[in-house]
Design a protein around this ligand. Structure first.
Ligand code: SF4
Ligand code: SF4
Length: 435
């Protein structure tokens, strides 16, 4: 039952709220507005970063009740954090919106579709790896049947879109002998320090990834070995990113503790993620714990060991043996480009794999995947996907490379629905095929 916040005020015992320092950094300049996909589509101030920050401040100062309307606008946000990149004042928007959602969650005001998705994914399926694998085994099995295309034609339009997003076995990437065995010049642009040969890396196989796209985890392990790492046994649990986005701080804390302990016990030097959303979450684990809590410090120390796959490989890069036989572009995943600020390393790697066939997409707007957003807000998600596919079409690219499984599935669905002759691959597959 929803708590009547108009009677008790907007503060709930034990629930963190958006920080005053963070909110006060906003100068209302509006420079983030054009970077915000929801503002660009809807055109309302309340669905812009500035509008949401104003609303969070009003709620914090109890000038406005925490109610369903506030909740609705907070959850229309994709948490893509493009506004953080655009903001000259350093407003930590992701931190603010996640705290505001935790407040909404504690008040029992979470929108219905989010409650359903939370129950389905965060409560029922993802915390149980055996159940996650069992559930995704059926679509993986189905995806191998040769009559899949015929079944797709018989399905209603909405089911057809779902069907098109199922994983399917892909042919080996077409590659050719690399014309030059020299390192690409741009490799020097990587800022990360070079991990020593034989450094021990622990990979995160994750919840959905291992159940739905296990070949990407195997490709990741293979790429790490090729880059000179030794591997510790992977961490197989969920990192809790979806829980944080839904405002479920306590459940995310439990997952974070289990993951940090497993890394500390492994003796590994690095913790490597091949998923942009998970990697961003791992690097921000300290936010889950209050300052003074011993886990806060452990989480901060842990974060210094976390690398995205591209960060782990780029500084140890060897000249590729092969290059891709296709015109290639790279799609920035929001939680790599905006949350982790990683743009150079994946580009260096994809450019080297593409040889002379690389082209820039020229736009880093969210593709509309955003965790479970395509489930909770299908219309907005589809509009953002449409815009992204038009950008891809304009480049003439035949292969799109991305570093996030959510983007991969979303783009594959869009490409299939639109009948585009474009392949979409995870960066781990590309590196495994070319290094
Ligand atoms: S996180 Fe993305 S959708 Fe949300 S306010 Fe910022 S730019 Fe807009
Ligand atoms: S969030 Fe940043 S860019 Fe947006 S209005 Fe506030 S200060 Fe300006």
């Amino acid at each position: 039952m929803a708590i009547d916040t108009e009677k008790i005020g907007n503060y709930l015992p034990g629930v963190a709220v958006p920080s005053e320092e963070g909110l006060n950094l906003c100068t209302h300049c509006g420079l983030c507005l054009n970077a915000c996909p929801t503002y660009r589509v809807i055109g309302n101030e309340i669905d812009s970063p500035r509008g949401r920050i104003f609303m969070m401040r009003q709620v914090r100062e109890e000038q406005m009740p925490l109610n369903e309307l506030v909740a609705e606008h907070l959850y229309v946000c994709l948490d893509c954090r493009a506004c953080e990149t655009a903001c000259p004042s350093g407003v930590p928007y992701g931190e603010l919106v996640e705290a505001a959602r935790a407040q909404v969650e504690a008040a029992g005001l979470t929108p219905r579709t989010w409650r359903l998705s939370r129950w389905l994914f965060n409560v029922l399926v993802l915390p149980r790896p055996w159940l996650t694998r069992l559930i995704f085994f059926v679509p993986r099995l189905y995806a191998r049947f040769p009559w899949r295309a015929a079944v797709r034609r018989l399905l209603p339009r909405k089911l057809r879109a779902f069907e098109a997003s199922l994983p399917e076995p892909r042919a080996a990437l077409p590659v050719q002998e690399a014309q030059s065995r020299l390192m690409p010049v741009s490799a020097s642009a990587t800022s990360a320090s070079r991990p020593p040969a034989g450094a021990k890396a622990m990979a995160l196989t994750g919840c959905v990834m291992e159940a739905m796209l296990p070949h990407l985890n195997r490709a990741t392990e293979s790429v790490l070995r090729k880059a000179g790492y030794t591997l510790a046994p992977a961490h197989t649990g969920c990192c809790g990113a979806l829980n944080v986005h839904a405002g479920e701080r306590r459940e995310a804390q439990r997952m974070a503790k289990a993951l940090i302990e497993s890394f500390e016990d492994s003796g590994a030097d690095y913790f490597v993620s091949n998923s942009a959303g998970c990697g961003a979450q791992l690097k921000e684990y300290d936010r889950l714990f209050d300052a003074g809590d011993p886990w806060h410090e452990r989480a901060r120390t842990f974060a210094t060991h976390v690398l995205d796959l591209s960060q782990a490989v780029a500084p140890r890069m060897v000249p590729p043996k092969h290059t891709l036989e296709a015109k290639v572009t790279y799609q920035d995943a929001c939680h790599l480009a905006h949350a982790q600020k990683i743009r150079t390393e994946p580009r260096v790697l994809v450019q080297a794999a593409a040889g002379t066939n690389f082209c820039e997409l020229g736009n880093d707007q969210c593709c509309g995947s955003a965790g479970v957003y395509n489930f909770t807000h299908p219309e907005m998600s589809n509009e953002l996907l449409r815009q992204k596919l038009e950008q891809i079409e304009a480049t003439g690219a035949e292969l799109v490379v991305t570093g996030n499984p959510g983007c991969l599935m979303q783009l594959r669905r869009g490409v299939a629905e639109r009948g585009m002759n474009v392949d979409v691959r995870h960066i781990a597959e590309v590196l495994d095929a070319t290094l």
